[in-house]
Design a protein around this ligand. Structure first.
Ligand code: BGC
Length: 339
């Protein structure tokens, strides 16, 4: 048992002692009523409801908690919309603390604010599962002190390096390896998510690295920030196609929402995916998987909202049950190409 786990056990005993003394249904902490039904209060703070992927994710959190309910255990799940505003989310977390949530699942608006938020959650004795936006440690890796030093804080996510690598590999595996015009290099447009987010950074970096690792020469035509947003993806792609035309052979989008926007721009510009341009996304939204299968997208990568949400909920339940947890939990990405 490592230090974190030892501490976890000690804190758990303290937490459980706190819970059992609660009793009052409105007290906000888990309560065992006369009929022995225990209700846990779960706060879920999502960075923004207006996000295709996080909508799937949060709906699945809610649905999965329901499936775990029994005659004696209930979960009162409150999900709030941070509206992509860190100040708003900070207030929501304050409110969770005041309400005495038994556990918080947290999708940060800004990972740079992780310390401040985690400090207050931990200070209030509430365990916390971070999801989707990973605060990195000083070395830019999984050494984040807010997780390593706090026994009841962990991160559940997917390693975005893998998703970027898969995007690049999908292109490298094409018959022309992405070099449509045969000039010996792959000329690409990159449409990035929120640059503060490691998912965006890693996908941008590793998609290109995978091409280079396959011995392919690459040329960056343009690289713009679309903030995960479909409309911005469309604007960026439309402007780039107007400016650079046929020079663009591959459009890499850090997520499917932006790829949907890019697809609209590509069709508007009279270009045809699979014939004179390639288009890649990440997430494997249902409509994008369909587009991959009918050739409107070259490929995408499954960002497993179901797997991640279930893992986040399972870990939250472990914390509620006072079990020791790991620091990091990873759910694999899966390459999606035409069936
Ligand atoms: C997803 C994006 C989403 C972002 C939100 C990423 O992992 O691929 O679609 O917008 O998370 O943080």
């Amino acid at each position: 048992m490592n230090f974190k786990k030892l501490l976890a056990s000690a804190m758990t005993v303290a937490m459980l002692a706190g819970c059992s003394s609660g009793g009052g249904a409105a007290s906000g902490s888990a309560s065992a009523a006369a009929g022995d039904v225990k209700t846990y209060n779960v706060g879920v703070a999502i960075y923004q409801f207006n996000d295709n992927f996080m909508t799937l994710y949060r709906n699945e959190i809610e649905a999965y908690f329901k499936t775990l309910e029994t005659d004696t255990v209930k979960y009162n799940v409150q999900i709030v919309d941070g509206k992509n505003d860190m100040a708003e989310q900070s207030n929501q977390v304050d409110s969770f603390i005041t309400q005495g949530m038994d556990v918080i699942i947290l999708n940060l608006v800004q990972t740079s604010s992780a310390d401040a938020i985690i400090d207050k959650v931990v200070g209030a004795g509430i365990p916390c599962v971070l999801i989707n936006r990973e605060p990195l440690g000083d070395n830019g890796d999984e050494s984040y002190a807010g997780i390593l030093d706090n026994p009841t804080v962990c991160y559940v996510g997917a390693d975005a390096r893998q998703s970027g690598t898969y995007q690049g590999e999908i292109v490298a595996e094409l018959p022309d390896k992405g070099d449509i015009n045969g000039d010996g290099k792959v000329s690409y447009l990159m449409i990035e998510g929120d640059p503060e987010n490691p998912d965006a950074q890693y996908r941008t970096q590793y998609s290109i690295k995978a091409l280079e690792d396959a011995g392919i020469t690459v040329e960056k035509i343009d690289d713009q920030i679309g903030n995960w947003d479909q409309k911005k993806g469309q604007e960026i792609c439309s402007t780039a196609l107007a400016q650079y035309g046929d020079a663009i052979e591959v459009v890499f989008c850090n997520n499917d929402a932006m790829a949907l926007g890019a697809y609209a721009a590509i069709t508007d510009a009279g270009r045809t995916v699979g014939t004179d341009i390639y288009l890649l996304g990440v997430d494997a939204l249902d409509e994008c998987v369909e587009m991959v299968n009918n050739g409107q997208m070259t490929g995408t990568v499954l960002n497993d909202a179901v797997g991640q949400s279930h893992k986040a909920v399972d870990v939250a339940v472990q914390l509620l049950n006072g079990e020791a947890i790991e620091n990091y939990y990873w759910v694999d990405y899966v390459k999606v190409t035409k069936k």
